[in-house]
Design a protein around this ligand. Structure first.
Ligand code: RIB
Length: 311
């Protein structure tokens, strides 16, 4: 059996508002467009991994409201195994996203049902799955920390590789770093995780984090990404692309990285594939509608290969 990608994470409904610029405090602005679509870092990464061809299982919690029903149907259509998706009474997760003319976003998340995902339930589900060293477990910090800790601990016991996309960063999560094999963070989160200020050069921050996690990947937006292990330091520059909306670019990046781990890709191939997955996503509005499929990603990489350099 090929390796599986198990995602343990959040499901949100995204209320996306396109705005000419971000509002000042006390100001009312008119949006230039709006949509209500599937989001949540967990769900986005599950969808992205499935579109890139991995067999995906998803442990999450949704509500019993109409939005949650829509999210369930969409995830099912993506071919994701939802046998461990819990339904709880009440509203599912909601995210309010403003996206400005430069494609930058501001996001506020109301956890809703995501807050009901318990460590014990995650443990039970993961034991039933009988994970092994071929599998990859992927989680983020948009669900309660005991659920993340359970996911990483059980993965570790079974030999499955654990990827933590430590976003949104929470200081209580620092203890979890010892449980993961791969840490994916943006530059801000990298500094928060390392406990250093914004003056610290990002290369030095990444090198510090490698003392706690064997593989550290730092996303740098339009600058590309760094990949660091104890013996390897790579930088991949991002391609120049028109940016419409950066929402879920980090999710596409992380999922592509997880799929590369499953497939035994080289570090150079892994980082280039992840950077291109993010770069395709930023060219389209919204979270899940913007995530690329494998064929598109492969054709793009073949047509426009990215250069990775050692540093
Ligand atoms: O990473 C993007 C996601 O963050 C959005 O889909 C939103 O739901 C928030 O979770």
């Amino acid at each position: 059996m090929p390796g599986r990608c198990l995602v343990v994470g959040s499901v949100n409904t995204d209320i996306l508002l396109m705005v000419p610029r971000f509002a000042e405090p006390g100001e009312t602005l008119l949006a230039t467009g709006m949509s209500v679509i599937g989001g949540g870092k967990g769900a986005n990464q599950a969808v992205a991994a499935a579109r890139l061809g991995a067999p995906v299982l998803f442990i999450a919690a949704i509500g019993n409201d109409p939005f949650s029903e829509q999210r369930y149907s969409e995830l099912e259509r993506e071919g994701i195994d939802l046998r461990f998706l819990a339904r709880v009474a009440g509203q599912g997760g909601l995210a309010f996203i403003e996206c400005n003319a430069e494609g930058e976003n501001r996001i506020i998340v109301a956890a809703g049902a995501n807050g009901a995902l318990e460590g014990e339930g995650v443990q039970r589900a993961m034991r039933e799955l009988e994970l092994c060293s071929k599998d990859v477990v992927l989680t983020q910090l948009e669900i309660p920390l005991p659920a993340v800790e359970a996911a990483l601990s059980i993965a570790r016991e079974t030999g499955a590789r654990c990827v933590l996309n430590a976003t949104p960063w929470a200081d209580d999560a620092a203890d979890l770093l010892r449980l993961c094999d791969v840490l994916v963070v943006n530059a801000l989160e990298a500094r928060q995780a390392a406990g250093v200020d914004r003056e610290e050069p990002i290369e030095r921050v990444a090198t510090r984090l490698v003392e706690h996690v064997p593989l550290v990947v730092v996303t740098l937006g339009g600058e590309g990404a760094l990949l660091v292990t104890k013996s390897e330091r790579l930088r991949c520059r991002a391609p120049h692309v028109p940016v419409v909306d950066t929402t879920a670019a980090g999710d596409a990046f992380t999922a592509a990285l997880a799929v590369s781990l499953l497939e035994g890709e080289s570090w150079e191939g892994t980082i280039a594939r992840a950077v291109w997955a993010g770069a395709l996503t930023v060219q389209r509005p919204g979270a899940q509608p913007s995530l690329p499929f494998r064929s598109e990603l492969e054709q793009t990489i073949a047509a426009f290969p990215l250069v990775t350099k050692r540093w």
